[in-house]
Design a protein around this ligand. Sequence first.
Ligand code: ZN
Length: 429
Amino acid sequence: MTGIEASATAALFAAGLYVATYLSFVRLLRFPRNWYPPSLPASLATGVLAALTVALVALSPDGLDRPALAISLGFVVVVFYIIAAPATAFRPASRPVEFLAKHGDHAGLWLLGPALLAGLAIPNIKLQAVLATAMAIELTWFLRQRWAGRRRRLYPLNDCDLSVLETQARGDLVAFRRRHGIRELVLSKGAVSWRGCGKSTPPCPFNLYVNRLGLNTAPCCREHMKELSHHVAACLSEMGVVHWLEGGSLLGAVRERGALLDWEDDIDLSVLLDGDMTWERLAAGLAERGARDGYFVDLFEKKDFISISFDPPKRWPFRWERNRLRGEIRADIMIYRRAISHGEAVLERHSHKGAMPATESGGYGVPQEIVLPTSTVPFLGGDVTCPNQTEAYLRVLYGDFRKIEYTYVDAGPAKARARIDTGGDPSVR
Ligand SMILES: [Zn+2]
């Protein structure tokens, strides 16, 4: 093999390693999107791949190329920080992360200039290959997002959505749209509509619109949540699984008389693993039905948690890139098991929810008779299974659940919209 062939092969290897690192990293982002820290084995695998990429770039028979080491390491850290921002921002995040998340479809391209300069300044073909590969991935990501965004279709805004929007915009919709980059908002002569999300478009970014700006959930997202909640509830019923509406979804069903909370961002359901219904049976049944009906089922066995997304992932190798998207129409299913705590029969879960009290074994639990036998409640145009005593259940979670609390909505927007939500303006509700 000549020297040129050897360096070309090494450059190809470096590019391949970067692609592997990238795919491993975007797969890892499923954890923060579901509010969990990334798992240790998956994090280690990604770390090892990143280290191998940087080592291959910086090491050669001539020794260590220090500038290439510094540039490749710095570049990987910065580009992955940008890529992770939308997933990180699923929880309230710092201003810089929010900013990067908001521009997540094209922020990677901001590195195009620096990558070009570094590639020209440092004559290391492996470094040049990694930089070129990374920029090619960011460019195709941007183009695919823009292309998919064209498939959005128009939804009219109802009076309540419009009233909240106008209040938050202080009457100037044009300036509000421009200031916050709300591309979905369509303002034409006297009409206000929303260019809605669908299965093949990027999702509406909830965090920005609902939590930061205090807007109502977009009409497209509400429609998809309705479809998803009925799909999941029907699957669980079909499988004979004991389940019930949970959290904000149950609150909407009871307090908003079968509707979603105006600022809802997901569907919450709970499941009791009991008798011969094991985790494996539940997971397999949901995955099979999800594949059949075009939903994506993501399993977190160690967390006793399943998330089902409205939009299915793309084909490999784009499968895990969905984790770069901001926002998601999702149903979260939490697992409960029977337990005895302080001499009382309870249904117990792994993670904290509302003000649910801790159990003896370190989980969180609700008295069994509040949930079983389950009942049904009207929800989004159908009947969905709910706890036996819905109001008692909601009191365990939220105390005085009739009092409106804007969960996750920033203090400023929450205060501003409280006036119209509780002020009794008859035109609003
Ligand atoms: Zn939407």
